[in-house]
Design a binder for this molecule. Sequence first.
Ligand code: SAH
Length: 352
Amino acid sequence: MEALKQDIRALSKQELRDFFTAAGDRAFRGDQVYQWLWQKGVHNFEGMSNLSKHTRALLEEKFCINHIAIDQQQRSTDGTIKNAIRLHDGKIVESVLIPTKTRTTACVSSQVGCSLDCTFCATARLKRMRNLNPDEIFDQVYTIDQQSRLYYQRPLSNIVFMGMGEPLMNYSNVLAAVDKITHKEGLGMSPKRITLSTSGIPKMIKKLAADEVKINLALSLHTARQEVREQIMPFAKSFPLQDIQEALQHWYDYTRSRVTLEYIVWKNINDQQKDINALIDFAQIVPTKVNLIQYNAIDDDRFEQADKSVIKAYTSQLEAAHITVTVRQSRGQDIDAACGQLANKNTAKIEG
Ligand code: SAH
């Protein structure tokens, strides 16, 4: 029986160089392969056209490339494209292309399912099945970049880790992917165009700051009252707001980078004056920007978007406290591509 081949993308650049010297070739060959994999995003060895036939056959014999595939693509009336992405083991994640007049943003997944239990999020209903590998995260970005070029005649401009999963619970793979995305021998994107969104894992926020990754941080806050947060995001019992505040201070001390606070306003959950006051206090700990995001219904009647008047009250009071606030419209709702709606609705393979 043929031995299981190793995915060549699990090798570092040095390991690739070592492979070629051990095979009696030049180390430089490893650099060429590295570029094919991480700059040109090839799916197979045949495509590595500056390598000899012999070298390509050698790679074919020893390695495989477990590239992702688009299982299904849906296009929204607003231009948003949702991709159901099939991984090599048949599991499905979702990645979304979000176009605006001037930008194209890729919303990518970091886990199959999610380890957290936010009661208002469709992805939380899927159990966490596994972490994505760095190449699986990279491939989502690469695929959306191609789609942006094809459908919008421009390269991808921004990346948000706001798809399925909690990126800080798959820390090393997310960072390895960011390295390939930002490296000059990879896609060469600026880390400033990447935003990692977290539900708030204090220890990992501190680590991200200390590791000097230079990407932006968004916190899915949704309420600055601990007792309310524990109700809607039960894992918050283990990660109290006080610890998150301390982690954000640490983040700002290290990075001097403003934190985005994501916040949905719901009827009867966080629509009172005391909720606004708590948010204003929280938002002043370090320089922040508040994004009031629209709630995307996921068929649970406990949650209903608050009235416009409440959103107005939030906006005007935040502004009066000199906190930048934007009200974000939802995108791709008609195809369940909006935040919190990614749950493989159209794919039965998720349990596969
Ligand atoms: N786990 C990470 C990233 C994935 S969620 C995080 O929590 O930040 C991406 C964003 O979508 C988060 O801000 C999340 O709170 C938000 N979200 C989840 N469910 C939603 C829903 N039903 N409507 C609108 N936003 C939602």
